[in-house]
Design a protein around this ligand. Structure first.
Ligand SMILES: NC(=O)c1ccc[n+]([C@@H]2O[C@H](COP(=O)([O-])OP(=O)(O)OC[C@H]3O[C@@H](n4cnc5c(N)ncnc54)[C@H](O)[C@@H]3O)[C@@H](O)[C@H]2O)c1
Length: 438
């Protein structure tokens, strides 16, 4: 099929590339000229495992093209995906200006019937409103459908190729059939293709993210309670997870969720509820718990140093909002960095992929270290904020020698408290008692 994807970010670039990889002819459109110029040369602007290789191959084989010209980009396409950002707006709801703008441009340049599919996460009613707005301009018939995206950054290619499910929201069976044909290569292992109304599809995406965010805030609140009462949340996790009604997934305590989705989507749902005069008590609590949790490592560091963090050197491992991405949008590490800088600390930071993005934000206020051990030189403490695999089994002897004081604040419970104590570290985790060197 001939496909266009408008918005070549984390979602659009993965969508376009994976559809090209399965044999479709894909044109990716973006308004940022530098991004498109780079992509034409095979330079992938984000870090996503496996994506670079796929972009190169499909570019070389002529199935994948990039342009800033929307009219030309969509001209041949039978299906046009909209994957532009829908960031948080001033009132807390989703800012849909990108979707409306792209919709207007598509409608103006529509010379043959097409299926327009909203992939961006949008409030319920957006598909209907986009169809209404486009109909005012378009001279040929078109369909608007919803196809929310569920991929996880850091595992996006895998998620696209083997989705747990594909959800589409349509008004006509023919549209569902065409989308089913497009996704069939990815559903060979009997994963479901779920057809519903656009409203239900739009809501499905938000409900999924609300539940996932709820699990995180829930376990974080329980972790803090465990810690206060001398229980270990890791044992408690094992204690509850074997109950099949509960399970183990997504119940890892930490420093709060970040990223470009959960924070804004939870607030968009709160805004949607308010717009209907409905309470959103749970989501308000989930958001509030999360905001407080982003501060948890700073509070521990502050307490450990008796309130005097000024002139201390703190190493930070992990800046991206999660491992295997360079995305730092709403990353908990940024909250910790701000608090430590405000308190007068010196920071030596390391992340395998996100250093460039943090440097663009903080300039020379931080010391950027290419290697994890480099960040530890003369450090008074280490804070582990993102659980990249390479942090799991470091050489603790080397670490202790490099650090001025052997103190670890483990925001992801990567290490075992007893082992850390035996290795000569003062250790603080999340939801478990701190341990001192033995
Ligand atoms: N990132 C994720 O993990 C993820 C997962 C599921 C859903 N989503 C949703 O997908 C959508 C896109 O997210 P993202 O992370 O890919 O965003 P992003 O910011 O990485 O990418 C959006 C792209 O759209 C482009 N764009 C904006 N307006 C445009 C216009 N008028 N014309 C052409 N291009 C335009 C931007 O330049 C940018 O490159 C959002 O609604 C998000 O909530 C994201």
């Amino acid at each position: 099929m001939k496909i266009a994807v408008v918005g070549t970010g984390y979602v659009g670039l993965v969508q376009g590339t994976c559809l090209a990889e399965s044999g479709n002819d894909v044109v990716c459109v973006d308004k940022i000229a530098a991004k498109i110029e780079g992509l034409k040369q095979g330079q992938v602007p984000i870090y996503e495992p496996g994506l670079g290789e796929l972009v190169h191959r499909n570019l070389r084989d002529g199935r994948l093209a990039f342009t800033t010209e929307l009219a030309a980009g969509i001209a041949e396409a039978e299906i046009v995906f909209i994957a532009v950002g829908t960031p948080q707006g001033a009132q807390g709801g989703a800012d849909l200006s990108g979707v409306w703008e792209v919709g207007r441009q598509i409608a103006t340049n529509l010379h043959a019937p097409k299926i327009i599919v909203i992939k961006s996460t949008v409030p319920v009613g957006t598909n209907a409103e986009l169809a209404r707005r486009m109909a005012e301009v378009a001279k040929v018939p078109f369909d608007v459908a919803s196809n929310p995206e569920f991929l996880k950054e850091g595992a996006a290619i895998d998620d696209f190729n083997k989705p747990d499910r594909v959800v589409v929201g349509v008004r006509r069976d023919e549209v569902a059939q065409r989308l089913h044909e497009l996704y069939a290569p990815f559903l060979r292992t009997d994963h479901p293709f779920l057809v519903m109304s656009p409203e239900s599809a739009e809501m499905t995406k938000y409900v999924a993210n609300c539940l996932l965010a709820t699990k995180i805030s829930f376990i974080n609140e329980m972790a803090n309670l465990c810690e206060a009462y001398g229980a270990d949340v890791n044992d408690v996790r094992r204690g509850i997870g074997h109950d099949q009604r509960i399970g183990f997934h997504f119940l890892f305590p930490g420093v709060g969720y970040g990223g470009s989705c959960f924070p804004k989507d939870i607030r968009a749902v709160i805004h949607m509820a308010q717009s209907q005069g409905l309470p959103a008590r749970m989501m308000e609590a989930v958001d509030a718990v999360n905001e407080a949790q982003k501060d948890v490592l700073f509070r521990k560091i502050h307490r450990h140093f008796g309130g005097e963090v000024r002139e201390k050197t703190i190493a930070i491992w992990g800046l991206a909002f999660k491992p295997r991405t360079d995305d730092i949008r709403e990353a908990p590490a940024l909250v910790l960095i701000d608090a430590l800088l405000e308190a007068g600390a010196h920071l030596r930071v390391h992340d395998p992929e996100a250093l460039g993005n943090v440097r663009a934000l903080h300039g020379e206020r931080l010391a950027y270290c290419d290697r994890p051990y480099g960040a530890l030189e003369q450090a008074d403490a280490l804070a582990v904020v993102t659980e990249w695999n390479e942090f799991r089994s470091p050489d603790f002897e080397v670490m202790r020698r490099l650090m001025r004081q052997p103190v670890i604040f483990d925001g992801r419970n990567v290490y075992e408290p007893a082992r850390m104590a035996a290795m000569g570290f003062t250790y603080y985790g999340i939801g478990r008692a701190p341990s001192d060197p033995v």
